[in-house]
Write a protein that binds this ligand. Structure first.
Ligand SMILES: NC(=O)c1ccc[n+]([C@@H]2O[C@H](COP(=O)([O-])OP(=O)(O)OC[C@H]3O[C@@H](n4cnc5c(N)ncnc54)[C@H](O)[C@@H]3O)[C@@H](O)[C@H]2O)c1
Length: 326
């Protein structure tokens, strides 16, 4: 296939670009480089620009005769979105609208979208299936749900077929430690733990030790970035084989607590990572994990990696690149 990957120089995008190219797809990356890195994509053709630039998007699709789009480009910090919702509605919703319209007008019929488990908000039951009630609890999650809804209308009105992939907690790094998440701007538990292991941070804060979970700390579903990349390739194949749109959860189907993550990280790094217990953060659910049976059944996808490989690959990347690509 011939694929435009927006946000392809970012964390999940760059791993996906590597996998697509390894299987023979032709890829062009569109990235503002605001949060991404040229080094993360090697010699992949890169256009530095924004999804909002419809003329540019149309020109890139036409010049390279691209027939599919994978859309990663967005801001992803839920906490920041509560302080600055306009930033998220502007980039994630308006930026996506511009891209979707330009792609549709340029003749693209296949579109894969990075959505998130944040569209569900606090789950009412576990595991979380695709038919669980939707109730984002921050502008970030709302921005992703709005784009899912726009895509449904572009399907109905223009025949643009799309797959929305709702990721749970992306983590881990390339198996050869050549690529991983930028340690300089992280909000998620595993990179924060890595920063404490490399000495970039003094300690890890454990928010809440009195949750109704076996060890009292919060439980999340950590999914390896390489498993996410594989799911994007399968989503493109799905769109080539089926004339319809769909939505899939991407998680392992198993949760891990904060203390389990810390235990794995101390083992992998041999560093006695300092953790400090503190109060719960308002709005944090006690436990979230995915029902991934639909992605398994329909996409033929299954996660290959678990918490151990996630932490080991993240540690190898962080140890060898304590400042990321800087
Ligand atoms: N990391 C996670 O745990 C997670 C979980 C669920 C969903 N997601 C979604 O997956 C996608 C990728 O996440 P990531 O972790 O790789 O983030 P990232 O910040 O590493 O990558 C995003 C990339 O998009 C680029 N970008 C942002 N706005 C742009 C725009 N308007 N035009 C062009 N480029 C733009 C940035 O420069 C960056 O390279 C995002 O849409 C995010 O919301 C991530």
């Amino acid at each position: 296939m011939r694929v435009l990957v927006t946000g392809g120089a970012g964390y999940i995008g760059s791993h996906t670009v590597a996998l697509l190219r390894a299987r023979g797809d032709f890829v062009v990356v569109l990235d503002s480089l605001e949060l991404g890195h040229r080094q993360a994509i090697g010699d992949t053709p890169l256009v530095v620009g924004r999804t909002q630039d419809q003329a540019l998007v149309g020109q890139v699709i036409g010049d390279h005769r691209l027939d599919a789009v994978i859309h990663f480009a967005a801001y992803k910090a839920a906490g920041e979105s509560m302080r600055n919702p306009a930033k998220y509605f502007d980039n994630n919703v308006y930026g996506s609208l511009c891209l979707i319209e330009a792609a549709q007008q340029a003749g693209v019929r296949r579109f894969v979208f990075s959505s998130t488990a944040a569209v569900y908000g606090t789950p009412q039951s576990l595991p979380v299936g695709e038919d669980a009630p939707l109730g984002p609890e921050n502008p970030y999650g709302e921005s992703k749900l709005l784009v899912e809804r726009m895509l449904r209308w572009f399907d109905t009105c223009h025949g643009l077929r799309s797959v929305a992939l709702r990721y749970f907690n992306a983590a881990g790094a390339a198996l050869d430690a050549s690529n991983g998440e930028d340690p300089r701007c992280v909000q998620n538990l595993i990179p924060l733990v890595m920063n404490a292991a490399t000495g970039r941070a003094a300690k890890v804060l454990v928010f809440g030790t009195d949750y109704p979970t076996p060890d009292g700390t919060g439980i999340r579903d950590y999914i390896h970035v390489l498993d996410l990349a594989e799911a994007h390739a399968r989503a493109l194949d799905f769109l080539a084989q089926h004339d319809r749109s769909d939505v899939f959860n991407l998680g392992t189907g198993k949760g891990a607590s904060v203390l389990e993550v810390l235990r794995e990280a101390r083992r992998a790094s041999s560093v006695d990572i300092v953790a400090e217990n503190t109060a719960r953060r308002p709005g944090d659910p006690s436990a979230v994990w995915a029902d991934n049976r639909k992605a398994r059944a329909v996409l033929g996808w299954q996660p290959r990696y678990g918490l151990r490989e996630i932490v080991e690959t993240a540690w190898a990347w962080n140890r060898s690149h304590p400042d990321g690509f800087a």
